[in-house]
Design a protein around this ligand. Structure first.
Ligand code: 13P
Length: 249
């Protein structure tokens, strides 16, 4: 069965609650799509107003992070149950900005992935290499290590529902997109890794996005690749261009 495309915006630390509601109204008609799932991953404080603002549309809401503990004394953190109760469907886990600036490591990310799934959320698990790693020729080794560590004790049935985002760090926010060949090669490598860890049916089901300077001009070529099932879009998700990316065909 063909995988359904999933095109998600990652708003990062942008949009106050009132700006968020305005953006949802501006994008509402532009992001209509019958062929793709459309998701806005928004800052925690925007979740409640954005869930309200996209009611009755084709847009689902995602969070940009969560903590793995059930509840309790974890000042500043947000639990999977809180996200679920607020109407969130997806949660980005392990974005390179969290790995880098907030020192989130694979053992922690594995706990977050498991907790998100347990709570009924769909993780968008991010992976990707630095420029240095690419130049050293260890891209696929590094990504396989990330995927294997982040999916410890996650079952095949759970992986089938998962979204994985391949985001080369050097392509994020730089305007420097990976070439279509580079993006396809790594996304296929991730699928092969899932096939080795699980089986072919699981590999065929998991959705793999490309992220890193996706824009209205390059989306069509990237998303047409056999192993690229959509995109995780930063900067271009905050403007009308996001509608063109969703309707890339
Ligand atoms: P840009 O699209 O701004 O490069 O960001 C990509 C990204 O990090 C999405 O998660």
């Amino acid at each position: 069965m063909a995988r359904r495309k999933i095109i998600a915006g990652n708003w990062k630390m942008n949009m106050t609650p009132s700006e968020a509601v305005k953006l949802c109204a501006e994008l509402k008609d532009l992001v209509k799509s019958d062929d793709a799932d459309v998701v806005y991953c928004v800052p925690a404080i925007d979740i409640v107003p954005v869930v309200e603002a996209v009611k009755g549309t084709n847009v689902e809401v995602g969070a940009e992070n969560m903590y793995f503990e059930e509840k309790g004394a974890y000042t500043g953190e947000i639990s999977a149950a809180m996200l679920k109760d607020a109407g969130v469907k997806y949660v980005i886990i392990g974005h390179s900005e969290r790995r880098d600036y907030f020192k989130e490591e694979d053992a922690l990310l594995n706990k977050k992935v498991k907790k998100a799934i347990e709570a009924g959320l769909t993780p968008i698990l991010c992976c990707g290499e630095s420029l240095e790693q690419r130049e050293m020729g260890v891209t696929m080794d590094w990504i396989r290590l990330q995927i294997k560590s982040d999916l410890v004790d996650v079952t095949a049935d759970q992986v089938k529902e998962l979204v994985i985002a391949y985001e080369p760090i050097w392509a994020i926010g730089t305007g420097k997109t990976a070439t279509t060949e580079q993006a396809q090669e790594v996304c296929k490598g991730i699928r092969d890794c899932i096939a080795e860890m699980y089986d072919d049916a699981t590999a065929a089901a998991v959705r793999i996005q490309y992220g890193g300077s996706v824009n209205a001009r390059n989306a069509a070529e990237l998303f047409a690749q056999p192993d690229i099932d959509g995109g995780l879009v930063g900067g271009a998700s905050l403007k009308a261009d996001f509608g063109k990316i969703v309707n890339y065909k």
